[in-house]
Ligand binder design. Structure first.
Ligand SMILES: [Zn+2]
Length: 294
C-alpha cells in the first residue's frame, strides 16, 4: 500500500492513450506519500508530463484535533498560522509555488471563473468552479464532504476544478464547468478526463426532502440517485457520485474516473463535516500545468 513517489517521475508520454480503448488500469486513484504528506493521485494524470495534481488527505500536517492534521481551511476555527504552515508544506510536497495557487470563496453555486495572468490572485472572490489554460496557475480548493471534480484536457492543455455539494450539483456545476472549458478555452468534451474525488458517499449521505425535491427538478430520472437503506418510510440517501457522473456524461465527457472514496467512512484519511458533526477541517485539492522554463 505504501509507496514513495517522485512528482517529477512521470512515465514516458508515449504511454498516453486518449482513445476509445482507454486502459482500465489508469482509472484508479491511489494513495502515495510525498515527504510527510499523504495524498491520493490519479493514475491517468501521472502519464502527462507537466500536469501537477494532488488530492491531499488529512494526514501529514501540524494541526491538533479536531483539525488533525493537514487542515487547509482558516474558516473552521483552526489557528491561521498552523493552517498556513500546512498550506506551505502541502504545496512544497507537490512542487507547487504557494503564491501561484488560485483559490476562491466557495458559495455552493455553479458560476465558473476563467483564470489567466490578468486576473490571477491568491483568492479571486466567490466561485465554485475554476478553469485555466495558462501554465503556472494552480487551481486550489478545500473540501470536507462536497464533491471535488478535477478536469484535464490533454489536447488543449487546460484544467478545471469544481466544488459540487448537493446545492452545486442541483445547479449542474459539473456540466457548467465542461461547457465553460469548451466555450471559453476551446476544449472538446471527448478529450476531457474528469475525476470525481473523495466526497460523502451513497453509504452515508442521508438527506432531507429538500434534496429530493431539488433533484426531481434537475434530473430526468431519480432511480439511481436515491436509496432507502432504512426502509421506504425513513429518510433517503443521496448519491452525489452518481449524480455528478450523470451530469459529466450528459455534458459529453467520456473519460470519467470515480475515486469511490467516502469522506464520512474514511475519516482516517479525510475530513467529513457530516461524520464529525461540523468540528473538523478541510482537505485540499490542487491541479495545474507546470510553467515552461524557456
Ligand atoms: Zn460512507
Amino acid at each position: 500500500m505504501e509507496q514513495e513517489i517522485s512528482v517529477h517521475g512521470h512515465p514516458s508520454p508515449t504511454m498516453i492513450r486518449i482513445q476509445d480503448n482507454y486502459p482500465e488500469n489508469l482509472d484508479t486513484v491511489y494513495p502515495a506519500k510525498i515527504q510527510t504528506i499523504w495524498v491520493y493521485r490519479v493514475r491517468a494524470f501521472d502519464t502527462f508530463p507537466g500536469l501537477k495534481h494532488a488530492i491531499f488527505t488529512r494526514r501529514g500536517g501540524v494541526s491538533p484535533s479536531p483539525f488533525r492534521s493537514l487542515n487547509l481551511s482558516v474558516s473552521v476555527g483552526d489557528n491561521p498560522q498552523t493552517v498556513q504552515k500546512n498550506f506551505f508544506n502541502a504545496c512544497h510536497a507537490v512542487s507547487v509555488p504557494p503564491e501561484k495557487t488560485v483559490s476562491s470563496y466557495l458559495v455552493h453555486g455553479a458560476d465558473v471563473s476563467t483564470i489567466d495572468k490578468s486576473n490571477q490572485q491568491l483568492v479571486i472572490g466567490q466561485s465554485d468552479a475554476l478553469i485555466t489554460a495558462e501554465p503556472g496557475i494552480y487551481l486550489f480548493m478545500r473540501f470536507g464532504d462536497c464533491t471535488p471534480l478535477l478536469f484535464f484536457d490533454p489536447i488543449r492543455k487546460a484544467v478545471g476544478l469544481t466544488h459540487a455539494g448537493w446545492r452545486g450539483t442541483m445547479q449542474d456545476a459539473a456540466g457548467a464547468t465542461v461547457k465553460a472549458m469548451i466555450d471559453r478555452l476551446g476544449c472538446e468534451a471527448k478529450n476531457i478526463i474528469a475525476v470525481i474525488g473523495p466526497a460523502i458517499g451513497p453509504c452515508c449521505y442521508e438527506v432531507g426532502p429538500e434534496v429530493m425535491t431539488a433533484a426531481s427538478q434537475t434530473f430526468d430520472k431519480l432511480d439511481h440517485l436515491f436509496s432507502y437503506p432504512n426502509g421506504p418510510k425513513k429518510r433517503a440517501y443521496f448519491d452525489l457520485w452518481e449524480a455528478n457522473q450523470q451530469q459529466l456524461a450528459k455534458a459529453g465527457v467520456r473519460h470519467i474516473i470515480q475515486s469511490k472514496l467516502c469522506t464520512a467512512c474514511r475519516t482516517d484519511d479525510f475530513f467529513s463535516h457530516r461524520a464529525e458533526k461540523g468540528r473538523t477541517g478541510r482537505f485540499g485539492v490542487v491541479i495545474g500545468l507546470e510553467e515552461k522554463i524557456e
